[in-house]
Structure formats: C-alpha cells, structure tokens
Design a protein around this ligand. Structure first.
Ligand SMILES: *Cc1c(COP(=O)(O)O)cnc(C)c1O
Ligand SMILES: [Zn+2]
Length: 413
C-alpha cells in the first residue's frame, strides 16, 4: 500500500507504527496518526531545481505528500502570495503578506488541498464512496473531487449552513444529509459510520492522509518568500490541523536543506469569540481545551466546539512564542471589509477572523512590525454573502433616473 516516499503511519503520542490503513486513531491511546516518510528517499532528486521545473500547484511537492499521483484536484494549490502593501501601510507592517486560498481550485478554499490527497488515497484503498463531516468547505470539495475521481459522495453537515455551501455541494451530484445538531454531533455520527460502513470518510478514517494535504500551503508560502520561513503566521483554526501542518511544512523543508533561514516562525491562532475553544486555552497559557457546547458565530466554517487537534494547536502557538486571540461577529465583518478595501480580496467569514485577529494583535503591539508576517486566508467571500446581507452592513445603493442631472445631484465627483 505504501507509495514511493510515504511508508506508513505513526501515533503522535506513543510512537506505535501502523501499516497504511483507513484507521482513525492509535488503538492504544486514541492518539492521532501521522504519515511517516522515508526522508532519505525524498531527498533523492527533490531539490529547488526539480521543484521549480514542475507546474505551480500542490503536486510539485508530491514527494512530501502521502500520494504522488492525483486522481482529482489536478491543479489544486499554487495560489498567490500577495505583498499586502496597502493593508500593511494601514497597520504599520511593511512586510505583510496574504496567502490567498480563496482562489484555490476546484472549490475556492484550502480544503481542496486536503481533499485532493485523501481522495487519491481513498481510491488506492478501493473505496467506491467517499464522505465527510463538514462545516461547508470540506463538503464542497469532497463533492467536486469525488465527481472528478468517479467516486460516489455522501456528505453530512449541520443543518444551519449557508445556502451557498449547500448549493456548492449538491451541484456535483453528491448525496447531502443535514443533521439536526452542531458540527460536533455530525462528526461523532461520522465516526460511527466510518466504523460500520464501507465509506472513506476523509476527515475520519482517512484523516492522517487528509491532514498532510495542508502542508502544501506551507511549502508554497516558503517557496514564494524566496525559500524562507516567515517570522509570523496568522491563521484561523477550526479543528486546529492546518496550523500544525504549516509548521510541519516549514520543518520538513528545513530538514531537507531547502530553506535560506532557520525556522523560528511564531504561530498566531485566530478564532471567533462565539466558538473559541483553542484561543481560550492559549489565552489561559494552557493546552487544556474546554469544548464549546453551542457554537454561535457567523464564521460557520470554523465553528468546531471540540477541536480534534486543539491540544497541539495551542501548544504550537504557546511554544513558538506566538499566541492567539478571538474576535466578535462585528469585528469579523470589519476584517472582511478591511481586506477587500485595502487589497481587493474578498474572503469568507473565516478569513475575516484572520484579518480581524491580526489587526487586534497588531494594535496591541504583540507582533513585531518589522518582521515578515503572513496572513493565511483560507476561503472565498462569495460563499458567505449571507453575513454581509444583514441590514446596515453594506450601504443601500441609490437608484436614480438615467439622466446626467440625477447623477450630478449625488455630488460624487
Ligand atoms: C476548515 C477550515 C479552516 C481550518 O481548518 P482546521 O485545519 O480544521 O483548523 C480554516 N478556514 C476555512 C475557510 C476552513 O474551511
Ligand atoms: Zn498511541
């Protein structure tokens, strides 16, 4: 079952190794499983030169992914890293960058990266149906990439998701099921389904493989900064997987001798105050996660009350010298507007969380203004327009007669 460079699984807690299999957690301690690589094998022929000769998408780093040949998500990744000069000027950060996964294909969020890897793995394991427990973006991506790979898809979501996330799942022909409960209820149900049925649930029994796809965002950031790890990364957290995998990506590049600098990145985690189990722990300087029972925020895509990787995410933020904070729904909308008005980039509510949290940390003087800081923007604004359609959020446009005098009466210019 192993591919050229990915050779099995290992428990992050006790180190027990497992052969490649669709399993959720370690059978001794329920610890999360990580994909093991044969790094000497990776190193052979994996240089800056070979990487840059390949197409600019996530597969150019295939030796460091659990699957080397895509069956879907053929052009996933390769998203822009913008030097955010306008936003940087506004907040006093000359070396501010925005990694924009709002244009990731096929479904406009960073989840396309994790799904591309896990669908390839599902196919290798012989699953005919893939599925997920989702807060929206994962649903969209599993539905689209199952269609690309010729697999069936069964998707479970909390019943309150945004309309755009529902439509962007059903259009691909996936079987969508709405669960009367929060994401954590959906996830628990999916764990039972994974034990019982022959379905490759990408974030349950394929989770170890799935999570590795997030590393490609970190590889790209480092390459786009001129083979350097940034000083600071700000990223919103749901289950807390992405933030850990960004760190793993920088560390793997360092291990393989691909970086100009030593990795000393400080990680800053962002959440919505209405669902902040990880930033609550970080602010208490603790790694003890207190689950949030009733998440209540417009940032639905990151509203996970009981985060699977919350412990590791809070440890990473604290141990790296970073930290974290959370923001209100009103601040999230301000964050979305701020990014759009300064950089011309429209992000979904989760990206608003990242921008608003960064602004808050910046104003409090927590992040050094002269350092390189990357904001990881993980999703697209067109998917969460509901949050902006509330009265008073955006101005009512004036309606005028089609005459020059009517236009002049507006006294615009
Ligand atoms: C899933 C998701 C995240 C965070 O993912 P985790 O790895 O679970 O922390 C961030 N942003 C968006 C838009 C997402 O859909
Ligand atoms: Zn274990």
């Amino acid at each position: 079952m192993s591919t050229a460079t990915a050779v099995g699984l290992r428990c992050r807690e006790c180190g027990t190794e497992y052969a490649d299999n669709p399993i959720n957690v370690c059978e001794h301690d329920f610890g999360p499983l990580e994909v093991i690589y044969d790094y000497p094998a990776v190193k052979k022929g994996f240089s800056r030169e070979t990487i840059t000769k390949r197409a600019f998408n996530m597969w150019r780093y295939r030796e460091l992914l659990p699957e080397q040949e895509p069956v879907s998500g053929f052009n996933t990744g390769g998203t822009p890293l913008y030097h955010a000069k306008n936003l940087g000027k506004r907040l006093g950060f000359p070396k501010l960058y925005v990694k924009f996964d709002g244009v990731c294909v096929p479904t406009l969020s960073f989840k396309d990266r994790v799904v591309a890897v896990s669908v390839a793995r599902a196919k290798r394991f012989g699953f005919e149906t893939v599925g997920c427990a989702s807060t929206g973006n994962l649903a969209n991506s599993v539905a689209a990439q199952a269609a690309q790979a010729g697999l069936k898809a069964v998707i479970l979501i909390p019943k309150t998701l945004e309309r755009a996330k529902v439509v962007n799942t059903q259009i691909y022909g996936a079987k969508l099921i709405k669960v009367d409960g929060h994401y954590d209820d959906v996830n628990r149900l999916c764990a039972e389904i994974a034990n019982d049925a022959k379905i490759g649930i990408v974030n349950v029994n394929l989770r170890a493989y799935y999570a590795e796809g997030s590393k490609s965002m970190g590889f790209e950031v480092a390459e786009q900064l001129g083979w350097r790890a940034p000083d600071n990364v700000v990223v919103c957290m749901a289950g807390g997987s992405l933030i850990n995998k960004l760190n793993k990506a920088f560390k793997e590049f360092e291990k393989l001798g691909l970086l100009e600098n030593e990795v000393k990145t400080r990680f800053w985690g962002a959440q919505a105050t209405g669902c902040n189990p990880i930033t609550d722990a970080i602010k208490r300087k603790s790694d003890l996660i207190k689950p949030v029972k009733n998440p209540d925020t417009i940032a639905r895509s990151i509203a996970i009350g009981n985060p699977a990787d919350g412990y590791y995410a809070s440890r990473l933020c604290l141990d790296s010298g970073g930290g974290g904070d959370d923001v209100s729904d009103a601040e999230i909308v301000e964050g979305m507007k701020l990014l759009a008005e300064t950089e011309g980039l429209f992000t979904e509510t989760a990206g608003g969380v990242t921008v608003a949290t960064f602004a808050k940390l910046a104003k409090a003087g927590r992040i050094n203004k002269d350092e390189t800081t990357v904001l990881c923007i993980t999703g697209q604004g067109l998917k969460t327009m509901d949050a902006l359609m509330e009265p008073g959020v955006l101005p009512d446009a004036p309606v005028i007669k089609p005459t020059l005098s009517a236009f002049k009466d507006l006294k615009i210019a």
